[in-house]
Design a protein around this ligand. Sequence first.
Ligand SMILES: [Zn+2]
Length: 413
Amino acid sequence: MFFKSLIGLLTQINLLFLTMVFCTSCENVDVEDSVGQNSEFARFKNVDFLSLKSDCFSLSSTHSMQFEIYQSLFLSNDSPYNFPGNLSPEKKRQLFEEIREGYFTKSVFLDQEIKKYYHNFAHAMDVMITTHVLLKSGGAVFLTQDEQAMLVLAALAHDARHTGLMNSFLIKAEHEYARKFEHESLQEKQSLLFLLGLLESKQLIPPNKDSKIRKFLSEVILFTDMKKHKEQLQKVKKVLPVVLDELRNARGDKNSDITLGTTSVDLHKGIDLSSRLDEGTRFLIGSFILHCADISNPGKDWEQSERWAVLVLNEFFTQGDFEKQNGMQVSMNCDREKTSIPESQLGFGKYIIKELYDILLQLNHEAGSQFQENFLANQLRWTNLRADEKLNGTRYLPNFRPPSIEGGWNGKE
Ligand SMILES: [Zn+2]
């Protein structure tokens, strides 16, 4: 098939290019400059300003701003997260640059045909910031300190080396990932492998398959595969009563019938359930938090929510164009001539998001209630936009506003 050989050829070029870019970027990164006296780091010294209202497009608009946020999360004296082991500040900085580089390899992957409208570094920053907010709003009570740090790092790396195409497309196109990863969770496995390789190279994890960090990262990143959504929800629903019971015990209100998920007040009171929950439950909750952050767009304010929705649909449409050009069956939601953006968002909300946010509300009341409020308001707006489409016989075609080039957008601005 034409695209099969094209992908094969471009993958080889891509690897060569990646090596060149990586070597060049290692030479060019002047770490001292980026954190020196003149840095604007003072803006982000304290991460308390980050919230679900944060505009992640603007926070990730420049390389230096992206690094400053990472620095405030992991590198400053009052950072909330510490990597396990003794990773030097220098290596932590390198880790950021290397993970970031993993999102910039796509520009030559399929030449100019596939643009990363959505699976770019701005999305990675958004998911990292949202994961942090979910933790600080109460989610952190379930996890150990090491797990919290690894979860925020996993959020940053979870889509590294993403192609901008769906796994199902890569399988149809007989892409090398399909064989390599046994036709399942292709890009999630690729991102995981990429991150584990970086961590091994810095001796942060041993090359030992039994490492706890490795197991934790595997679980949380592989569960970002949308195909595992239902499975994850079933598992979380099963452990939820036990987890909430432990929460009531830790709060000392054992006799109360009222079950309210965690809030930041629990954290301020020093409630820590990590020693009361077994490893499997903690890992599962970690994966649930990351999954909620990964598809948090419908739970953000309209401005952000609509912008991300339009971007993800544009990424799908680009795949659809490619499928049409190559005589393939066009995948669901990928035909730009037939797909209604409001309808796709209503369907996503109804079949995927609603139950996810319902469970989040039970687990983490503070974040869950904000997600719910925004989600309901957004669904109402999509409902009205869909009604307009039907009434006028037209389609909702808003201007798409991509992230900045430094945010990972590889097309024209
Ligand atoms: Zn993602």
